[in-house]
Design a protein around this ligand. Structure first.
Ligand SMILES: NC(=O)c1ccc[n+]([C@@H]2O[C@H](COP(=O)([O-])OP(=O)(O)OC[C@H]3O[C@@H](n4cnc5c(N)ncnc54)[C@H](OP(=O)(O)O)[C@@H]3O)[C@@H](O)[C@H]2O)c1
Length: 239
């Protein structure tokens, strides 16, 4: 039996589907122990059963990524289970798929909480443990946060996240913690089920595995090396 206590420990939010689920799989394959959050405990447990990893390496945690107490509980549960924390990945996010003229401001409120407040809350909750371990923070942004999509509040939220990544980097780099923004282009995930067409718009598209690869590559950099921004588009995506 291998000694799992030597494996790095990573906590990811909203990891039961899409990019998060693929990232959990890639992290486990790369030898991490993983805490994974989601709001729906049943769905999380089904995901954990499907992926087939034991409780010694995968801990599902029901948590609301926008709630500081809930996220703090997820950090504590991960450290209690695995003894340390080496990385956090702020992955939970969604789009209202609308524009400033026709969108619903209440949905924008929720989107801003999930896409901007939740990553900030995760950083705050995890920072003491990451400072202890010299760990890493990964934020899942978007090309919509790199290149402005006029009239689109999702683009505004992800632009704020791009800003948060650099803001956090400057704050924590002196304490040995690294920050990486991964900005995907279009990816075929349940993200698009809330789009008016209920499917990924026509055109080039990535798979969740492409983004999971980028996350694990960034986390796998040697000590003293930090990848700060990774933009991954499907070839042919213009924006
Ligand atoms: N798919 C794309 O084309 C694309 C492109 C660029 C960036 N991204 C970003 O990639 C990240 C992952 O998205 P995905 O494409 O993998 O989509 P996904 O499969 O829908 O996953 C998004 C996750 O975010 C959580 N989430 C969604 N709405 C939430 C809410 N209102 N409150 C709290 N948590 C919520 C969900 O977790 P639970 O429901 O389990 O709690 C879900 O697992 C997001 O930050 C997204 O903005 C996606």
């Amino acid at each position: 039996m291998s000694d799992t206590t030597a494996k790095p420990v990573t906590l990811i939010t909203g990891g039961a589907t899409g990019i998060g689920a693929a990232t959990v799989g890639h992290l486990l394959a790369a030898g991490h122990r993983v805490g994974v959050t989601g709001r729906d405990e049943g769905r999380l447990e089904r995901f954990a059963a499907e992926i087939g990893a034991g409780r010694d390496v995968l801990l599902p945690i029901a948590a609301d990524p926008t709630d500081y107490a809930s996220v703090g509980g997820a950090v504590r549960a991960t450290v209690q289970e695995f003894g340390r924390l080496d990385a956090v990945i702020a992955n939970a996010g969604f789009s209202t798929h609308d524009n400033l003229a026709d969108g619903d401001p209440e949905q924008w409120r929720e989107m801003l909480l999930v896409n901007v407040l939740a990553p900030a809350v995760l950083i705050k909750a995890a920072l003491p443990e990451l400072t202890r371990s010299g760990g890493r923070i990964v934020l899942i942004g978007s090309t919509a946060g790199i290149k402005n999509t006029p009239g689109n509040m999702y683009s505004v939220s992800k632009t704020a996240l791009t800003s948060l990544a650099e803001n956090a980097r400057v704050l924590v780099t002196g304490s040995g913690v690294g920050v990486t923004l991964i900005a995907p282009g279009r990816v075929d995930t349940p993200f698009w089920s809330s789009h008016p067409s209920h499917e990924v718009p026509a055109g080039p598209v990535l798979t969740p595995n492409h983004i999971a690869d980028a996350v694990v590559w960034a986390l796998g950099q040697p000590a003293g090396v930090e990848v700060n921004t990774v933009v991954v588009r499907p070839t042919g995506q213009t924006h």
